[in-house]
Design a protein around this ligand. Sequence first.
Ligand code: NAD
Ligand code: ZN
Length: 338
Amino acid sequence: MQKLIFQTEPSYPVYIGERITEELCSCLPKSYKRLALISDSNVYPLHGERIKSLLEKTGATVFSYSIPAGESSKTHRTLQDIYAFLCECGITRTDALVALGGGVVGDVVGFAAATYLRGVDYVQIPTSLLAMIDSSVGGKTAVNLPQGKNLVGAFHQPVAVMVDPTFLATLPKAEYRNGMGEVIKYACIADEKMFDALRGGNLTVEEMLWRSLSIKKYAVEADTKDTGVRQMLNFGHTLGHAIETLSGYSVAHGEAVGVGMVEISRYGEEQGITPVGTAQAISDLLSQYGLPVSVQYTREQLFAAAMSDKKRKGDMLTLVMLKQIGSYALVDKRIEEL
Ligand SMILES: NC(=O)c1ccc[n+]([C@@H]2O[C@H](COP(=O)([O-])OP(=O)(O)OC[C@H]3O[C@@H](n4cnc5c(N)ncnc54)[C@H](O)[C@@H]3O)[C@@H](O)[C@H]2O)c1
Ligand SMILES: [Zn+2]
């Protein structure tokens, strides 16, 4: 088992390893009287009862609840249901919530934990690849509005995160690929060795998780509230979000980010910021992991759609580009220039 301490305020441990959930009792930072285990309609039938009985070994009374699987559950309606469930179970400020699932469960349960009784503890047990390396750490929690994704949320750090790759055995292949888009992103911005190891196919899943999480840890610790260094994590995302918007969200996030990384690197090559050949290397690696490398939209269409990016600052847009594989640069561009 490996352990990373995220030095945020407050700090918390992230445990990584095969079957670590078996030792879950000893990984909880405190003993809680009551635990509310919240999962989704896909994950609970597969893993819920096992995790529930492991949690019961801590001596806590464990209540369980499932939300319907999918992005459409990231709403105030689901939050209301979760709050009602927490009241029914008599969860108090000295109890805790446990999020068992992908990024949807993590984000909505995290937001419930941030707001219920003005904040209670929560533990993340991510079960999708994307949740393991991205959404379960960093403390961003949110729900969607009809007007857009993640528009209401809070920063609320979990008390512990347990990253157990054994959950990936039941994850649908398309969801695994989706997570690989973000894994490749980490390699591109900060870890050339990982990029080469992914290319060579000689990286264990556990090491891939550990390396990805180490990069996220660096970014989050340097910039908890997402105003500076953390922007490096947006590599491929400005154009990726544009692809998601133009496609009406029919292109998955990891796929869109993949194409976004290739497109922004081509642009970087033309601008003399990124070495020629980088876009091709990224494109080859994405293909190797079954991810698409192009979409039907032109770069002009993508930049036009990116103008409405919520990270835009006045008439400036900060683009993350590569100085080389494993090293990034933040480049401010005037929108009219694009
Ligand atoms: N908070 C953050 O920092 C952050 C970062 C990135 C993404 N996100 C959010 O995360 C969400 C996407 O996360 P996601 O891709 O995990 O989506 P998801 O939670 O919808 O999970 C994807 C699908 O896989 C299923 N699933 C998950 N684990 C499984 C398993 N082990 N076995 C079988 N099925 C399993 C889920 O039920 C779902 O159908 C988005 O809402 C996004 O906004 C948040
Ligand atoms: Zn992303």
